[in-house]
Design a protein around this ligand. Structure first.
Ligand code: BG6
Length: 478
């Protein structure tokens, strides 16, 4: 179904994110017929390009980043005709009049700030100054949304000086992932799971986001951020919220975000002995972290494992173990809900201990596996084994669902539709920083040095110990 007519201005339109993610996502939606007749994208950046040069650059990026079927190649020209460019400066009046002239009246007007946070304020101000904002105006901002609570508050205040919260779309691209949205469908669309979704039946929950990639090309940013700011404060936190939140009364932006916020606010401070930091060392696949950032004394972590507690009625006493890292053995994002043992085994001690586990694979090979206990086939008595009830979404839903749409396709269209459900609200981001900051401050105060781990491994040995001390173990990454 086509969305309403829109003008989408991408500040930083020639930058990496715009060219690699945003424009390809818009092109895919164009090919899917979701664009109305009269919609336009205006790239805006400091570079002195003509609209034609920008179109050429965009065409090249699309060829590289958006796999094209034969019919898409035909659509490319049509798409490019709706792409325009203005050269402008966020810090002066230069170029703003030309931009204003290109915008049309009475339609959705979205401004995508695909630029560093230091330009959010100046851009917001200029938009107001040149009278470009209307009730149909939306602002899209990327992560990192701040570096800590103080800077996130300042950014929120800057945006709030010019726009209502209902106009601000803070992106966490994990929320746009098909399977992350599926978390809500699985939890709240089935009768099966929700009655068991609490500390009475769930022993613990594991959230793993393992990556094989390193930090190449982003050394400066990453060295200042580290895994805690780059991944845990946002992506893993969002997954934790969706897993732990109470059912919202309806699938509406504030109802969902209110429930997520309650989870973050219910998080206990993390105990120092419940957190492990790691930093990848050199391995057969490449140099170690310190060589990559050319800082032999760097104490930035490329891996974090921690035990969190959501102190509320539903989850009291159920640990949430989170881990994420770069240069690990496999790319795998998965949530494991580990259920408790049955209260009494009628089969006796020799049948061993068996517990159900629900694995929700976010990427790759999206799907769900439920581990159930059955009798081992054969005449040899009552021996129990665990078998997976496995559902791969690609298999169950057909080959057209083999490659779920990129998160940005969903998110950019939601901006145009005016649906904020999958975007973070200002108070959510602040609450997440309020939980993250003391962890980082603790490391700094203690002069903590991350534990080295081999590239291509499952992370530092101490992360295994974190679990072992609790009589538990991580589910395999591969
Ligand atoms: C980004 C982080 O937000 O998410 C990166 O800055 C990380 O460090 C990336 O690699 C992971 O996203 P995805 O979609 O590849 O899981």
């Amino acid at each position: 179904i086509p969305v309403d007519p829109f003008d989408l201005v991408i500040f930083g339109g020639t930058g990496d994110l715009a060219q690699r993610k945003i424009l390809p996502a818009l092109f895919r939606r164009y090919c899917a017929g979701q664009w109305p007749e009269d919609a336009q994208i205006i790239g805006a950046a400091r570079g002195d390009h003509t609209p034609d040069e920008f179109r050429k650059m965009t065409a090249e990026s699309l060829r590289q980043n958006a796999p094209m079927r034969a019919q898409d190649v035909d659509a490319l020209n049509g798409f490019l005709q709706r792409v325009d460019y203005v050269s402008l400066d966020a810090l002066s009046a230069e170029g703003w009049q030309s931009l204003a002239k290109k915008l049309k009246e009475n339609r959705v007007r979205a401004f995508y700030f695909s630029v560093g946070p230091s330009l959010f304020g100046p851009l917001a101000e200029r938009i107001r100054l040149h009278d470009m904002a209307s009730e149909h105006t939306r602002i899209v901002v990327e992560k990192p949304f701040g570096h800590d609570l103080g800077s996130a508050r300042a950014l929120n205040a800057t945006l709030a000086a010019h726009f209502d919260e209902g106009q601000i779309y803070r992106i966490d691209h994990y929320l746009g992932k098909e399977t992350v949205q599926n978390l809500m469908a699985v939890r709240f669309g089935n009768m099966l799971f929700e009655p068991l979704w609490n500390s009475q039946y769930v022993d613990h929950i594991q959230i793993t986001v393992a990556e094989t990639v390193g930090i190449d090309g982003r050394e400066d940013y990453y060295e200042r951020a580290g895994a805690m700011r780059d991944m845990v404060q946002n992506h893993l936190m969002q997954l934790l919220c969706l897993i732990a939140m109470e059912p919202p009364a309806k699938f509406d932006p504030d109802a969902v975000r209110d429930e997520k916020l309650k989870v973050i606010r219910a998080l206990d401070p993390v105990e120092p002995h419940h957190i492990v930091r790691g930093q990848f060392a050199a391995g057969p696949e490449g140099p170690g972290y310190r060589d990559v950032v050319s800082n032999p004394r760097s104490t930035t972590e490329s891996y974090v494992a921690l035990r969190a507690h959501v102190s509320n009625w539903r989850w009291a006493g159920t640990p949430f173990y989170l881990r994420t890292g770069k240069r690990l053995v496999a790319r795998s994002s998965v949530i494991n809900v580990m259920f408790k043992d049955a209260p009494h085994s009628i089969f006796g001690e020799e049948a061993g201990r068996h517990a159900n586990a629900l694995s929700i694979r976010l990427q790759p090979n999206e799907g769900i596996t439920l581990k159930v206990t059955i009798k081992e086939p054969g005449p040899g008595g009552m021996r129990l084994i665990d078998v997976p009830l496995d559902m791969s979404f690609a298999e169950a839903l057909g080959p057209e669902n083999q490659d779920p749409p990129d998160a940005y396709e969903r998110l950019v269209m939601d901006v145009i539709r005016g649906n904020q459900t999958l975007f973070m609200r200002g108070d959510e981001v602040e609450a997440a920083w309020a939980w993250t900051d003391p962890v980082i401050a603790g490391w700094q105060a203690r002069g903590d040095v991350p534990k080295p781990y081999d590239s291509g491994s499952t992370g530092p040995g101490d992360a295994e110990l974190l679990m072992k001390r609790d009589g538990r173990r991580w589910q395999g990454i591969k």
